[in-house]
Write a protein that binds this ligand. Structure first.
Ligand code: UD1
Ligand code: MG
Length: 426
C-alpha cells in the first residue's frame, strides 16, 4: 500500500479570500474533499498537512479518517517545509498539492506504475505563467526553477512542474532534512529535491500529464475554470446514466446530487444536494436539498431545502420550502413553506402559507382532496382536513374540518354608471 501526502497548509494568498484555499468549492464540494476522495480509492494511508486556519480545515475533513498534521509555517514555510515533521511510512510515497481538485485516482495510479526513485509530473503549456519551470537537458530532467527564481531564459521554458511526485521513502528521508530556504520566497521548496537527486545519480523520471486533470488552483479565475470542468464531468456521468439534459452547458448540477430512473433536466436549471427520481425538471428551475420523485417541476420553480415532492406537479413561480407534497398540483405563483399536503389536493394560483409571524415559524397541514381557491392565505399554524373547499381570496386563520367550505370575503358592491361619472364619456 502506498502513502499519499496532501499539502494543504499554504495561505493561498492569490485567492484573495478569508476562506482557506482548499475549502473553496467546485460544484459545492471543497477541493480538499475531492482530493481525499480520489486518494482513498488508492490507499488508506493518507496524510494531510494543514496550518493556515488549521481548526477550520481540520473540522471539515476529520470525518474522512485521514491523518492530520500541522505545519510550522513560521519555522519551515514552503512545500518542502511542509514535509519536515511528517513520518514517511510506506515504501512509495506520493505527494499531491491540495489545490488540484481535478486530479483522478486513474492519473495518480500511473505514478506507481513507473520504476524510478522519483517520478515527477510535467506538462507542456502555451502559458506556463505561475508554475515552476522544468529544466530538461538531453531529454533528462535537471531541476525545477520556481517562477519567482527563474531567469529570462528559464521563464521561456514551456515545461512546467504539475505538482505531483512519487518518491521512494529513502529519498524523502535523505533529502527533506537537506532542503534550505535560499530563494526568492525564503521558503523550503520540495522541488529542490529533484536537482539534488539528479546530481546524486538517482533514477528521476518525468511523467507527462494533461493540463486538465493537474490544473492547480491559485486564483478565483482558476477556480471558475476548474468548476466548469468539474460540472461537465458530473453532467457527463449522469447523462451516461440515462439522464436527458437540454442544453447541458446552461445546467448546474453539484457533486452531491443524484438521479435515478428516467429524468429530464431542461436548460438553465440549478440542482444542488438533491435526489431526483423519474422526474422532469423544466427550464430555469432551482432545486436545493430536496427529494423529487415521479414529479414535474417548473418551468421557473424554486424548491428549497428539506422538501419532498412525490407524484406532484409544481408549476411556474411556485416556491416550496421544507414541505412534503404527495400527489399535489400547485400550478402557479405560490409559496408553500413548512407544510404537509396530501393526495388529490389542488393549490390555486397565488396561495400563500403564511408560516412566519415575525417571531417563529409554524406548520400548515392540508389533507386529501382539498381544493384551495386562488389567492388564499393560510395563516399557520393551521390544519385543513380532507375534502375541503377554500373559496378564492380567503384568509384562513382557523382549522377547517373535513368536508366543509371555508370562505372569507368582503361582499362585492356594484355601482352602476360609476365609470362615466369618474372619467366622463369618451
Ligand atoms: C507549486 C510548485 C510549482 C508547481 C506548482 C503546481 C513548489 C515550491 N512549487 O507551486 O513548481 O509548478 O505547485 O501547481 O512546490 N503548501 C503547504 N505548505 C506551504 C506552502 C504550500 O502545505 O508552506 C501547499 C499549499 O496549500 C498548496 C500546495 O502546497 O496546496 C502548493 O502550494 P502553492 O503555494 O500553490 O504552490 P505553487 O506556487 O502553485
Ligand atoms: Mg499552486
Amino acid at each position: 500500500m502506498p502513502q499519499i501526502i496532501i499539502l494543504a497548509a499554504g495561505k493561498g494568498t492569490r485567492m484573495k479570500s478569508d476562506t482557506p484555499k482548499v475549502l473553496h468549492t467546485l460544484c459545492d464540494k471543497s477541493m480538499i474533499h475531492y482530493i481525499i476522495g480520489e486518494s482513498q480509492k488508492i490507499t488508506s494511508s493518507i496524510d494531510v498537512i494543514l496550518a493556515h486556519k488549521f481548526e477550520d480545515v481540520k473540522n471539515k475533513i476529520e470525518k474522512t479518517g485521514v491523518r492530520i498534521h500541522k505545519q510550522n509555517l513560521e519555522k519551515h514555510p514552503g512545500t518542502g517545509g511542509a514535509l519536515k515533521e511528517i513520518p514517511f511510512i510506506e515504501d512509495k510515497i506520493l505527494i499531491l498539492n491540495g489545490d488540484m481538485p481535478l486530479i483522478t485516482a486513474k492519473e495518480i495510479e500511473k505514478f506507481f506504475g513507473i520504476d524510478a526513485d522519483v517520478v515527477m509530473s510535467i506538462m507542456k503549456l502555451d502559458n506556463p505563467h505561475g508554475y515552476g519551470r522544468v529544466v530538461i537537458e538531453d531529454g533528462n530532467v535537471k531541476k525545477i526553477v520556481e517562477q519567482k527564481d527563474a531567469n529570462e531564459e528559464e521563464l521561456k521554458i514551456p515545461y512546467v512542474n504539475a505538482g505531483v511526485y512519487m518518491f521512494k521513502k529513502e529519498v524523502l528521508k535523505k533529502y527533506i532534512p537537506l532542503l534550505d530556504n535560499n530563494n526568492a520566497q525564503k521558503e523550503y521548496y520540495l522541488t529542490d529535491i529533484i536537482e539534488m537527486a539528479v546530481k546524486d545519480g538517482l533514477k528521476v523520471k518525468a511523467l507527462e500529464v494533461n493540463e486538465e486533470d493537474f490544473k492547480g488552483i491559485n486564483s478565483k479565475k482558476d477556480l471558475a475554470e476548474a468548476e466548469k470542468i468539474m460540472c461537465n464531468r458530473i453532467k457527463e456521468k449522469w447523462m451516461q446514466n440515462g439522464v436527458i439534459m437540454r442544453l447541458p452547458d446552461t445546467i448546474f448540477i453539484d457533486a452531491q446530487s443524484e438521479f435515478e430512473g428516467e429524468c429530464e433536466i431542461e436548460s438553465g436549471c440549478v440542482i444542488k444536494k438533491s435526489k431526483i427520481i423519474n422526474s422532469k425538471i423544466k427550464a430555469n428551475s432551482i432545486i436545493e436539498e430536496a427529494i423529487i420523485n415521479k414529479s414535474e417541476i417548473g418551468p421557473m420553480a424554486r424548491i428549497r431545502p428539506k422538501s419532498e415532492i412525490i407524484d406532484s406537479k409544481i408549476g411556474n413561480f411556485v416556491e416550496v420550502k421544507a414541505s412534503k407534497l404527495n400527489d399535489v398540483k400547485a400550478g402557479h405563483l405560490s409559496y408553500l413553506g413548512d407544510s404537509e399536503i396530501d393526495s388529490g389536493t389542488n393549490i390555486g394560483a397565488g396561495t400563500i402559507t403564511c408560516n412566519y409571524d415575525g417571531k417563529a415559524k409554524y406548520k400548515t397541514k392540508i389533507g386529501k382532496n382539498v381544493f384551495i381557491g386562488s389567492d388564499t392565505q393560510l395563516i399557520a399554524p393551521v390544519v385543513i382536513e380532507d375534502d375541503v373547499i377554500i373559496a378564492a381570496g380567503s384568509t384562513v386563520n382557523k382549522d377547517v374540518p373535513k368536508g366543509s367550505l371555508a370562505i372569507s370575503r368582503a361582499p362585492l358592491k356594484i355601482v352602476k354608471e360609476f365609470y362615466y361619472k369618474f372619467f366622463g364619456k369618451k
